[in-house]
Design a protein around this ligand. Structure first.
Ligand SMILES: [Zn+2]
Length: 530
């Protein structure tokens, strides 16, 4: 029999404290749904009464399988539970559970809360009792627990014990400042579970020494059975414990998977990379390429000897199978690459070619030449695939852009406001048909993109759902002159993403090349015939 470990997500509350993150109600509901589908046990939705979004979130039943949890403070010192508006908002919230944040450090009780140690303990007891009386599951987040324990272990433990004795389902030990180290977390949690059963103890770690994940795992080793964290490690300062790293570690590393069971199934685990990227997209942030398990580079290999070993047996350089977390192996094609990288990449994208085919040498030359000009194929997998297929002669000439024109005008409009208007006109030949499209955009690249994708005749249906989701520009010094490299990330309606590249001394032209590659790549993938 394995022990059950519980996962508690606080992306929507602690994660919302991240600089620059501002969830709408729709964002919160979408993320809650994803967490529920993933198999997360607890979803902390927010702090009812603290802001309109969170109040609205808890105004209706949200019908999740996860335990929807409202977060808030214990009753205020010197007030009764029936005379505390904050507590009333928590008890009214349509939530399955209430997580109270309570001070567990004598220093914070005196200095921040300005009350007595006894009154703080009474507030913990009264609040848990009120939540249970209202039919809710109760959790108590013991704030500054580890710092408090170091200076006054008896008081920190007494707070935790008070919560437990009143019937809190979980007593959560918080490393609020994030400065505690794994061996300290291990030792302190081991001491706590001598007083409170481990199956009632949780860990809430912050990442200020880059060890929030390690601290969470140390707490589990020492006996804690609930882990609190966020998607992609969102959270104020350096973030919270990253559930996206913790989940695969619990599922795939025998030390944990042999001993523990979590609510995330193997099938859900395969959606993890997707979930991580969707969250980044909602926040309009570029995904962290180097994120463990789910980052685009998490299973990417560059150097020639590693690549040839990976071809023989992937386990030589991979600690887990990339597909287990919905990621994939990637052998980077670059000017450092040898033939083995190239062959591995061709095999991955499904291009069958004999090892001694003359065209491989030609493709390698072409890649090296173009990378010297500024193209970056290791970042632009779709452009690489097109280059490879073109060298092998398998990309149809779907359409020809005969000409395009982009106009940017800055002027005063009829009511005297200064406006900048961008327009693009594109003339495309599809078979014998000549199509002319025009579009306005919020900038020249956007206008060109819209005009180009407006009407591609018989191919239009293939690109309907195509969307440009990220656009990155770098100025490079290639040879004697500065050139612009544009990387475009596109997405289709299946959620599939790919990156293309363009290089030119002119930013519009570089963008155009990358857009063209993106469209042609989509047509190739969709199996469109010329
Ligand atoms: Zn926190």
């Amino acid at each position: 029999m394995k022990d059950r470990l519980y996962l508690y997500d606080t992306t929507l509350r602690d994660g919302a404290q991240t600089n620059g993150v501002d969830f709408t109600l729709a964002d919160k509901l979408a993320i809650a749904k994803m967490l529920d589908d993933l198999g997360i046990d607890y979803v902390e939705g927010g702090y009812p009464g603290a802001n309109p979004t969170d109040t609205e979130l808890f105004a209706e039943e949200r019908k999740l399988s996860s335990t929807l949890t409202a977060f808030g403070m214990t009753r205020r010192p010197g007030r009764s539970t029936s005379n505390d508006t904050g507590l009333a908002a928590l008890l009214e919230a349509k939530a399955d559970a209430i997580c109270f944040v309570a001070k567990a450090s004598d220093y914070h009780v005196r200095v921040a809360l300005e009350t007595t140690l006894e009154e703080n303990m009474a507030a913990i007891r009264d609040s848990v009792r009120a939540a249970k009386g209202a039919g809710r599951e109760a959790l108590v987040d013991c704030e500054h627990f580890f710092d408090g324990y170091k200076t006054n272990p008896n008081y920190a433990l007494a707070c935790a014990r008070a919560a437990h004795e009143e019937g809190a389902r979980w007593v959560v030990l918080c490393d609020t400042n994030g400065g505690t180290l794994p061996h300290e977390v291990g030792a302190i949690v081991a001491a706590v579970v001598k007083c409170i059963p481990g199956e009632k103890v949780g860990i809430h770690a912050h990442n200020d020494t880059e060890q929030a994940v390690a601290n969470s795992l140390a707490a589990v080793r020492a006996g804690a059975r609930q882990i609190q964290g966020t998607l992609n490690g969102l959270g104020e300062r350096c973030g919270n414990a990253n559930l996206v790293s913790i989940i695969p570690t619990l599922k795939l590393k025998p030390e944990f998977s042999d001993r523990f069971e979590i609510g995330v199934s193997d099938a859900s685990l395969q959606k993890l990379a997707h979930v991580s990227r969707v969250v980044d997209e909602m926040l309009n942030r570029a995904p962290n390429r180097h994120a463990p398990y789910v980052g685009e580079s998490a299973f990417a290999t560059k150097a020639g000897i590693h690549a040839s070993a990976i071809l023989k047996d992937p386990a030589t350089y991979e600690h887990v199978v990339p597909e287990a977390v919905g990621n994939r192996r990637k052998v980077l094609v670059s000017d450092q690459a040898g033939k083995s990288n190239l062959l591995a990449e061709l095999e991955r994208i499904g291009i069958a070619i004999a090892k001694d085919d003359m065209r491989i040498g030609r493709l390698l030359e072409e890649v090296k030449e173009r990378e010297a000009m500024g193209y970056a194929y290791e970042a632009a997998d779709a452009s690489f695939e097109l280059l490879a297929r073109r060298t092998l002669g398998t990309v149809p000439d779907y359409f020809l852009v005969e000409r395009f024109k982009v106009n940017v005008e800055r002027r005063y409009n009829a009511v005297g406001d200064l406006v900048t208007v961008a327009e693009a006109i594109v003339k495309v030949k599809v078979g014998d048909e000549v199509l002319i499209s025009a579009a306005e955009g919020n900038g020249p690249v956007n206008a060109l993109d819209l005009a180009l994708r407006k009407d591609l005749g018989k191919y239009q249906r293939y690109i309907e759902g195509l969307e440009l989701v990220d656009y990155r520009v770098r100025i490079l010094n290639a040879g004697s002159e500065a050139v612009t490299r544009v990387l475009i990330e596109s997405e289709d309606d299946n959620g599939e993403r790919w990156t293309t590249v363009g290089v030119s001394s002119n930013i519009i032209d570089a963008s155009f090349q990358a857009m063209m590659d993106s469209i042609v790549y989509k047509l190739v993938r969709a199996g469109a015939s010329a």
